[in-house]
Design a protein around this ligand. Structure first.
Ligand code: MN3
Length: 198
């Protein structure tokens, strides 16, 4: 089915000062729009027109690079806007927190691993918390790639393309990642995805 740019679930300035209105004007209104526009052009005639977005991502991986890049980035950004909220960060809902402690050790360890994954992703890409074979795992991927194409379900992802942080943090990617985890994460949305995947 054709891709569509969603409205942001909050106003463009709702995450300021951690993520500015100017960043959203470029990142959501222009970059995400471009993935939608280009993805729709490449979807036509691909044979995947009737598939769900998740299946387009999985099935174009490794076989149709242009479509994959745009469809995967559309998927990633659809969730990315919801992985953040005003006054985010903080307490993690109970069942998810217990699972984090069981599989990763502690919330502090998750924070350190997640930030480290983002810092060490060389060039553009994403850092992830994913559910893979029933277990939580922290990973990183280049460009538009995501855990869906590696047999996992993305539960939380952070965009480390420069367009996501350069206006607000310049080259300080670690500061952006700390602010993301501490001030912006919408843990209720992560919990929803965790429940759906469990
Ligand atoms: Mn982006």
């Amino acid at each position: 089915m054709a891709f569509e740019l969603p409205e942001l679930p909050y106003s463009h300035d709702a995450l300021s000062p951690y993520m500015s209105a100017e960043t959203f004007e470029y990142h959501h209104d222009k970059h995400h729009q471009a993935y939608v526009t280009n993805g729709n052009k490449l979807l036509e005639g691909s044979g995947l027109e009737e598939k769900s977005l998740e299946d387009v991502v999985r099935e174009s991986f490794g076989s149709n690079a242009g479509l994959f890049n745009n469809a995967a980035q559309h998927y990633n950004h659809l969730h990315f806007w919801n992985w953040m909220k005003p006054n985010g960060g903080g307490n993690i809902p109970g069942a998810l927190e217990r699972k984090i402690i069981e599989d990763i050790g502690s919330v502090e360890k998750l924070r350190a691993d997640f930030i480290n994954a983002g810092v060490t992703q060389f060039g553009s890409g994403w850092a992830w918390l994913a559910l893979e074979n029933g277990k939580l795992t922290v990973t990183k991927t280049p460009n538009g790639e995501n855990p869906l194409v590696h047999g996992g379900v993305p539960l939380l992802g952070v965009d480390v393309w420069e367009h996501s942080y350069y206006i607000d943090y310049r080259n300080a990617r670690p500061k952006y990642l700390e602010a993301f985890f501490d001030e912006m994460v919408n843990w209720e949305y992560v919990e929803q995805l965790f429940e759906a995947a469990s």
